[in-house]
Design a protein around this ligand. Structure first.
Ligand code: HGY
Ligand code: MN
Ligand code: MN
Length: 408
């Protein structure tokens, strides 16, 4: 059996983590920043050194292809190398670098698979700077057009189109030009399940639905000391009440329902001024689309009720909305088979986080492989996965891809 070199995978993870390294061992490589460019250039260099034919598409997705015995649709793996501002070193990066180690193992063994092998990284998976998240893979599968993606702007008004041009990754290739026969993404779980249950491999069957909304609340700024409570039109109060309501709602709905008010900005943000402006985000997720819709409706009703009582105006902007995705059952079975064949413990599970794979399932049979995240930490510099788990996940990826690349 072809074996991956664990030491080299760990070394590549360290080398990439050094780009945009931040205090505590994490990474900050927000999409299309200078740090993202440096990371992209590093990985493209590694792809070329492995002999891959590298293309950059018009949304900055990068695909490296290793020729097969036949010039037919490839088996593709990949993920993302952009991070959140307080990112760890494994989220996304692990799946891309493990894909390169699959190629290296084939090169060193002098094996040419029937189908070509492709390794990709997609633009702006995180959605932390530009929304929606999974932007590059969503364009890749035709979920949104290039112009809509180019127009997305960050808090300072910089647009995706301008930033892609600025870092030199607005490529000539049409997104989706390489249509895979199948897509397999290896990723850390980013949640606590595998670690708590001491299971080595997550056999991912689905990705939960995601609802991202930004609310802009307009009230009246006023003196904190002289303004009686009955006269207040406090934008900050509404934002705070939504946070409390959403949290209570998630607890009450139970199951997979989660709710997060992750970003909040008050204006004028001064100790002695009642805020007249609040801009905040609400992230709701559930594996069940009907329940996700219920949560959205109840949050919207709460906002309308409090806005009327507080006499503030509210504007809502949907930043991302993806229904739950079910992966290809046959491919999921193969992930489970190869993990068990390596005597690894497994459990089937949904993904709590969004991934590029959820977009690729629109294009071709797709599946994901998870490895444990210590204490379930992610989007946190302390994100960690043990070396043995990293190696095990990569070996499962290699074996799944080898089988798929030879299958009719
Ligand atoms: O938000 C997510 O689930 C992913 O990290 N973009
Ligand atoms: Mn990720
Ligand atoms: Mn992430």
């Amino acid at each position: 059996m072809l074996r991956l070199d664990e030491r080299r995978l760990l070394g590549a993870l360290d080398d990439l983590a050094a780009v945009g390294a931040i205090e505590g061992g994490g990474c900050a490589r927000l999409a299309l920043t200078d740090e993202d460019k440096v990371g992209r250039d590093l990985v493209v260099g590694w792809m070329k050194a492995l002999g891959l034919a590298v293309t950059v598409d018009a949304i900055g997705n990068v695909v490296g292809v290793r020729a097969g015995r036949e010039d037919i649709a490839p088996i593709m793996t990949g993920s993302h190398i952009d991070t959140v501002r307080t990112g760890g070193r494994y989220d996304g990066n692990y799946g891309v670098l493990a894909g390169l180690e699959v190629v290296r193992a084939l090169n060193e063994a002098g094996v040419t698979t029937r189908r070509p092998i492709a390794v990709a990284f997609f633009t702006n998976e995180e959605g932390a700077r530009f929304q929606p998240d999974m932007m590059g893979s969503l364009v890749y599968v035709g979920g949104i057009g290039l112009n809509e993606a180019y127009a997305a702007a960050d808090k300072d008004g910089a647009s995706v189109g301008d930033e892609l041009r600025r870092i030199g990754y607005l490529g000539p290739v049409a997104p989706g030009a390489v249509k895979p026969h199948a897509f397999v993404e290896l990723h850390i779980e980013q949640g606590p399940i595998l670690d708590e249950e001491k299971v080595q491999i997550g056999v991912v069957e689905s990705v939960q639905g995601i609802s991202w909304t930004e609310y802009t609340v307009t009230g009246v700024s006023n003196h904190a000391g002289t303004t009686p409570m009955r006269l207040r039109r406090d934008a900050g109060y509404l934002a705070a009440s939504v946070n409390l309501f959403a949290r209570k709602l998630a607890w009450e709905m139970g199951g997979d329902q989660v709710a997060t008010v992750g970003s909040l900005a008050l204006r004028p943000n001064l100790i002695n001024v009642v805020p007249n402006r609040a801009i905040f985000s609400v992230d709701l997720r559930n594996t069940d689309e009907a329940k996700l819709k219920e949560a959205e409706a109840r949050v919207a009703a709460h906002i309308a009720e409090v806005a009327a009582a507080e006499r503030v105006e509210v504007e809502a902007k949907v930043l991302a909305r993806f229904e739950p995705v079910i992966f290809d059952a046959g491919l999921v079975d193969r992930v489970e088979h190869h993990a068990k064949a390596l005597s690894l413990s497994t459990r089937r599970m949904p993904s709590g986080a969004g991934h590029d794979a959820q977009m690729m399932q629109r294009l071709c049979p797709t599946a994901m492989i998870f490895v444990p995240s210590v204490a379930g930490l992610s989007h946190n510099v302390k994100e960690h996965t043990e070396a043995a788990d990293l190696a095990a996940g990569a070996q499962v990826l290699l074996n799944v891809m080898l089988e798929l690349a030879e299958r009719r």
